[in-house]
Design a protein. Structure first.
Length: 117
């Protein structure tokens, strides 16, 4: 059974930083593409960042480029999202997604990030 467990969310002031973690189990992590999405109140879920299996080719939404960094530790089956210079518009529930070739797509339960001004 695939499980993705996010952690690290919380309340932070504008300009602050948070580091989200997503611990995966039940899948071959080193062969999985890992992604972060977010959903703000009243809005659709949107892509934030992606890491292929190697971690060498990260991709970012324009809205977070230069402020957020995705990374992964295949030995720990964990993907991270370092978020710097946070803005009120970054307030959302952040979800971890795993895409496993030939198996499917899986989601975590999400972690709340609130940026206060």
């Amino acid at each position: 059974q695939v499980q993705l467990v996010e952690s690290g969310g919380g309340l932070v002031q504008v300009g602050g930083s948070l580091r989200l973690s997503c611990a995966a189990s039940g899948l071959t992590f080193s062969r999985s593409s890992m992604r972060w999405y977010r959903q703000a109140p009243g809005k659709e879920r949107e892509f934030v960042a992606a890491s292929d299996w190697s971690g060498d080719n990260p991709a970012y939404a324009n809205s977070v480029k230069g402020r957020f960094t995705i990374s992964r530790d295949n030995a720990k089956s964990t993907v991270y999202l370092q978020m710097n210079r946070l803005k009120p518009d970054d307030t959302a529930i952040y979800y971890c997604q795993a895409v496993v070739l030939g198996t499917g797509t899986y989601w975590g339960q999400g972690t709340q990030v609130t940026v206060s001004s």
